[in-house]
Design a protein around this ligand. Structure first.
Ligand SMILES: Nc1ncnc2c1ncn2[C@@H]1O[C@H](COP(=O)(O)OP(=O)(O)OP(=O)(O)O)[C@@H](O)[C@H]1O
Ligand SMILES: [Mg+2]
Length: 496
């Protein structure tokens, strides 16, 4: 078992960068001779007289090399090396020193975890060299760990952490992402353009057991029908004009990992059949090939289309729809999570200020109002582009409404602000519920998700206000001439 990067390493960084060598022997002469060979080679030497103490040091200080003197005897040396190895793993090398009369124990010592065995005093001159060589092992182990952590940070953790979103609807989505990631189930991500479906797909991969495997993405809309099949499943040499060599498809590339089929609604009938077979049987053939291939791939599909509707229109296979729609993740549009607009705007502001080496501290109130009032049909991508443009164009250290490529906020937002203090909480609640219902097309379920309250609360309130029929509300929203009834606060409905 590998030792978690811990106390020992922290100590070393703080105290000294020199490697630590621990010498263990309960025999005074033995200790003296070992130390004599090791001083003056630039190590930090630590000497202990018994195994238990040595094990404590291994745990606490994380020495890179432990030299086990012959004074301990074979049985105790074996036990110390075995337990020490279990604690420190690749981060510590063990050198056992033996009397020639006990050379029969060499194999046992190596099996227990000793990296080198020296006979004493015959190999006395070689001890310093042996220690120097042994230091390579923990050094490599550290480098591998650092490289692995670096890769993980760059590819995985980093991406997931970049999902900004504190709104309850987003928090619920993220916890569903974590649940879905643990399973093997196929995932269907649905959401408007620019809502972050690709980030969500990456998060599913990164939190799954296959996170060390590949994450392969294919945009199904970007390829012609004929190319799509070979791109997904690969092809054999000569299977079509231009197929000069056998080629692995995305399925094979994603073996052991996750394959994101982006814009999955765009795949043609023929590929739909082949994809369905993969989802049912976990097997496929390359284009022009007879060999049946099996790969271990989890499918995540993303779409901004209404797949159910496409099924009804006869444009998407129903059986495939059900095979894809095992776990469904719905990414809410940005206008349904207004608190995230501000959060994301601040996030992108920091990012682009740094990238453009500009000092921009924040947004003035009018700019913030404009951000909140804009409906963001292009969702997070549109917001991201708007902030980038504003950061590049702004002349001062604060972004003003005029720097943003969106319309300024209607006076209404300012007037809402002006009404506080003055407006009652009940009025505010009524305003929030009705405006959210309006933004959600009259759906109490979606409005409840946005507001972070139960659907029943909304229905109860609607009843109280004599507005209990959501279908009526939806109809009213569709007819601009009869806007939703708003609370008697003097506030007007936003223009559609
Ligand atoms: N919650 C978020 N936090 C941070 N960045 C986000 C978030 N959501 C989206 N983004 C950023 O917005 C941009 C669009 O996201 P993404 O490409 O994942 O959207 P999409 O839903 O796949 O869009 P499309 O349907 O057009 O393919 C990306 O640059 C992404 O990094
Ligand atoms: Mg996308």
């Amino acid at each position: 078992m590998d030792r978690a990067p811990g106390l020992g390493q922290a100590l070393r960084v703080n105290e000294t960068e020199r490697p630590r060598v621990l010498v263990v022997s309960d025999d005074g002469d033995d200790r003296q001779q070992l130390v004599h060979e090791l001083v003056g080679h630039g190590h930090v030497l630590d000497v202990v007289t018994e195994s238990e103490m040595a094990l404590q040091r291994i745990e606490r200080d994380g020495p890179e090399v432990v030299v086990v003197g012959c004074g301990l005897g074979v049985a105790e040396s074996l036990e110390l090396i075995e337990r020490g190895h279990r604690t420190a793993g690749r981060h510590c090398a063990f050198i056992a020193v033996l009397e020639p009369a006990r050379s029969a124990a060499v194999a046992d010592l190596l099996r227990a975890g000793a990296d080198q065995v020296l006979l004493w005093p015959d190999h006395r001159d070689a001890l310093a060299v042996a220690v120097r060589r042994a230091l390579e092992k923990p050094r490599l182990a550290r480098e591998v760990d650092q490289a692995r952590d670096g890769v993980l940070n760059a590819l995985s953790v980093g991406k997931v952490e970049r999902i900004v979103g504190a709104h309850p609807a987003m928090q619920r989505l993220l916890s569903k992402v974590m649940q879905a990631a643990q399973s093997r189930a196929t995932v269907l991500i649905h959401g408007e353009t620019g809502t972050g479906k690709e980030l969500i797909a990456a998060a599913v991969h990164e939190h799954s057991k296959r996170s060390r495997g590949p994450f392969v993405r294919l945009n199904c809309a970007a390829l012609a029908d004929t190319v799509l099949e070979s791109e997904l499943f690969g092809h054999e040499r000569g299977s079509f004009t231009g197929a000069t060599a056998r080629r692995k498809g995305r399925f094979e590339q994603a073996d052991g990992g996750t394959l994101l089929l982006d814009e999955v609604s765009e795949i043609n009938r023929q590929v739909q059949v082949k994809l369905l077979r993969f989802l049912q049987e976990r097997e496929f053939e390359r284009v022009g090939g007879n060999e049946t291939l099996h790969v271990d791939v989890r499918i995540v599909a993303a779409t901004n289309r209404d797949l159910k509707q496409l099924v009804e229109d006869g444009r998407f296979r129903e059986d495939l729809y059900y095979r894809l729609n095992v776990v469904r993740l719905e990414v809410p549009p940005l206008r349904a999570r207004p608190s995230d607009v501000t959060l994301l705007a601040d996030h992108f502001l920091r990012q682009y200020a740094e990238e453009n080496e500009k000092t921009v501290h924040g947004f003035d109130q009018r700019a913030r109002n404009a951000l909140l009032a804009h409906p963001w049909p292009g969702n997070v991508r549109e917001l991201q582009n708007a902030i980038e443009q504003a950061v590049v164009l702004c002349e001062g250290d604060t972004i003003e409404a005029e720097d943003l490529p969106i319309a300024p906020a209607p006076a209404e937002l300012d007037s809402l602000k002006m009404m506080i203090p003055g407006i009652t909480l009940a009025e505010l609640e009524r305003y929030a519920i009705l405006k959210t219902l309006e933004a959600c097309g009259g759906s109490p379920t979606r409005a409840a998700a946005v507001l972070g309250i139960s659907r029943r609360t909304i229905q109860y309130r609607l009843q109280q206000w004599g507005l209990s029929r959501p279908s009526k509300l939806r109809g009213e929203r569709d007819a601009p001439s009869s806007p939703l009834p708003l609370p008697e606060t003097g506030l007007e409905s936003e223009p559609h």
